[in-house]
Write a protein that binds this ligand. Structure first.
Ligand SMILES: [Zn+2]
Length: 318
């Protein structure tokens, strides 16, 4: 028996050794462990960001102008709320807003990835020092975990402006061309780093997790509990126009709605089919979010804890 215990401890320590040798400049982060700090400066990027993002699965309701009604809803939000602030807007699915476009149908059917994963940005508006810090932490997470690079704006043609007008939390999907806005109203949309990360993920090119075509295998949508008129926010993406980038459905995605999104009666609108899972976290990028970003942008960055020993460690302790 004693020998058995010694053996188990030996295996445990063997698993720990390569883990700490592999990433000496690392720390626990967001449920990840040992994310390399110096990853932002590595040269393993091989991003091809020129591909088109198909927007045809977004309905015409995604196109319009910011409004103060959404801002008022976010102003009334507090951290003790059952929902996330970006679920409160009157925009498509709460926070997707594409600018009106003078095309044949008045809507634009496509946007683009950011070439080389470089996203020029500027921060405008009256953010407090603390709110700016939240935004910079969100950007730092992308730099640490993905090959994307947010580059301070210096006259580039295409860029995002992170602003805090009183119109709620919203963003368009993908690179539209020219100046495009990501609105994170203070204080509601900048009280959690994950909300900023969420809105930036839209601008990077991602939609909501629970709108994936296969979502009904993972969650039950309780239509009886949804506010009248908000049912449209729960439609599924057309499988022909969506891409999961080889990453399975993720309850823990920062792009997943909360369980009470658009509820009219404090009852769940999204009910996971798996016991014990929580949805709607806004702490930061999940492991699958990172994978999806890196797959979309052809990033060759290795995952934290990859490798034979890392896998054993993950299987045992995650
Ligand atoms: Zn969103």
């Amino acid at each position: 028996m004693c020998k058995l215990i010694n053996f188990v401890f030996l295996i445990f320590f063997i698993c720990l050794i390569p883990k700490y040798n592999a990433n000496p400049t690392s720390r626990r982060f967001n449920g990840y462990e040992d994310v390399p700090y110096n990853a932002v400066f590595d040269d393993e990027n091989s991003i091809d960001g020129s591909d088109v993002i198909d927007l045809s699965s977004l309905g015409p309701e995604a196109y319009g102008l910011p409004n103060n009604e959404s801002g008022n809803a976010v102003a009334a939000w507090s951290e003790s709320s059952l929902v996330n602030p970006e679920e409160l807007g009157s925009y498509a699915e709460g926070d997707i807003l594409m600018p009106p476009h003078e095309g044949r149908n008045g809507i634009k059917e496509e946007s683009f990835r950011w070439p080389k994963g470089h996203i020029p940005y500027s921060i405008e508006g009256s953010f407090t020092a603390q709110e700016r810090e939240i935004i910079m932490k969100a950007i730092a997470d992308y730099h640490r975990l993905t090959c994307l690079r947010f580059i301070p704006y210096s006259g580039q043609k295409d860029y995002i402006v992170i602003q805090n007008k009183d119109t709620g939390c919203w963003s368009s999907v993908g690179k539209l061309g020219g100046r495009q806005e990501v609105n994170v109203q203070s204080p509601g949309c900048v009280s959690k780093k994950g909300t900023v990360i969420h809105e930036l993920l839209h601008a990077i090119g991602f939609m909501h997790e629970q709108s994936r075509p296969e979502r009904d295998n993972f969650v039950t949508i309780r239509y009886n509990n949804i506010k009248s008129g908000a049912e449209i926010n729960f439609k599924k993406a057309n499988p022909q126009h969506s891409n999961d980038f080889g990453v399975p459905y993720d309850f823990n995605s920062v792009m997943h709605y909360s369980e009470y999104a658009f509820s009219k009666n404090q009852q769940k609108t999204i009910d996971p089919k798996v016991g014990g899972v929580k949805v709607g976290q806004r702490e930061g990028l999940s492991r699958s979010d990172v994978r999806k970003v890196n797959n979309m942008y052809g990033c060759k960055k290795e995952e934290p804890q990859s490798g034979w020993f890392g896998n054993i460690f993950q299987n045992w302790f995650n």
